[in-house]
Design a binder for this molecule. Structure first.
Ligand code: PGA
Length: 270
């Protein structure tokens, strides 16, 4: 392919949000596994982020069938343990072979009052437990219209880096998720996604130098099979955080296939 795809290993992460109980999860993961057998996706990292109550079940399937899928969570506590009713600790997630945690998704920020400093504390806790934080940033539609997208990204990325010690930058993932694109069916254009992801990398570079070249920056917000290849063709878009389209094995596998194609592999079977 002649597309200027990124030099980093791509990551396609599926955020199930509050969908699919553990029985539905079995069906989806088995269907996905079957579809993944149909094409070469070795160059693509795949993670799924089911609700907490599914994790044990999904861990079992991934382990038993040695599936090429990493298990992730959607959130966690920044505290080690104790009186935090309703929260889930990193030690608990580690015991279930969870490899990554989405941190500061806009829905956590918006509906559960997660602040920039909570995001930093949670990212720090995730790293302390040797898991990967997938830190979400992104502007609202209003902020975009008033032309302050860059300021929002500066604030959110700078705050998040406060939770990331020097030398461990390559263990983090940042997801640029413009809020106006989440769940709306209207994704950012590939050019806009590239501009924002590049700006995020530049912000990391201004504080951490060339380590920024090793940080994966994802795009999220109405990513789907139809726009995956174009988005993944952008040099600073290192992956996708997929919500709605990760709830179906067919569409999620198609996004992975588009990514594999983009990274020079043959996708799909005749
Ligand atoms: P969406 O969600 O793909 O349904 O827009 C993305 C996300 O919120 O992570």
């Amino acid at each position: 392919m002649s597309t200027p795809r990124s030099a980093r290993r791509p990551l396609i992460a599926g955020n199930w949000k509050m969908n699919l109980d553990h029985v539905a999860a079995i069906r989806l993961v088995q269907d996905l596994a079957l579809r993944l057998r149909g094409f070469d996706h070795k160059m693509v990292d795949i993670s799924i982020h089911p609700p907490f109550t599914d994790l044990r079940t999904v861990e079992g399937i991934i382990g038993a069938d040695r599936l090429p899928i990493q298990l992730g969570a959607q959130h966690c506590s920044s505290h080690e343990d104790g009186a935090f009713t309703g929260e889930i600790s990193l030690a608990m997630l580690s015991r279930l072979s969870v490899a990554s945690v989405i941190v500061g998704h806009s829905e956590r920020r918006q509906f559960f009052s997660m602040t920039d400093s909570d995001v930093a504390a949670t990212a720090r806790a995730v790293l302390t437990h040797d898991l990967t934080p997938i830190i979400c940033v992104g502007e609202t539609g209003e902020e975009r219209e008033s032309g302050v997208t860059h300021e929002v990204l500066v604030r959110q990325v700078t705050a998040a880096l406060g939770g990331v010690d020097r030398g461990v930058e390559e263990r983090i993932v940042i997801a640029y998720e413009p809020i106006w694109a989440i769940g709306t069916g209207v994704a950012a254009t590939a050019e806009d996604a590239q501009t924002a992801c590049q700006a995020i990398r530049a912000l990391i570079a201004s504080d951490r130098g060339e380590a920024s070249e090793r940080v994966r920056v994802l795009y999220g917000g109405s990513a789907k099979p139809e726009n995956a290849e174009e988005l993944m063709g952008m040099p600073d878009v290192d992956g996708l955080l997929v919500g709605g389209a990760s709830l179906g094995a067919e569409s999620f596998a198609a996004i992975i296939a588009a990514t594999a194609t983009c990274y020079g592999q043959t996708a799909g079977k005749s």
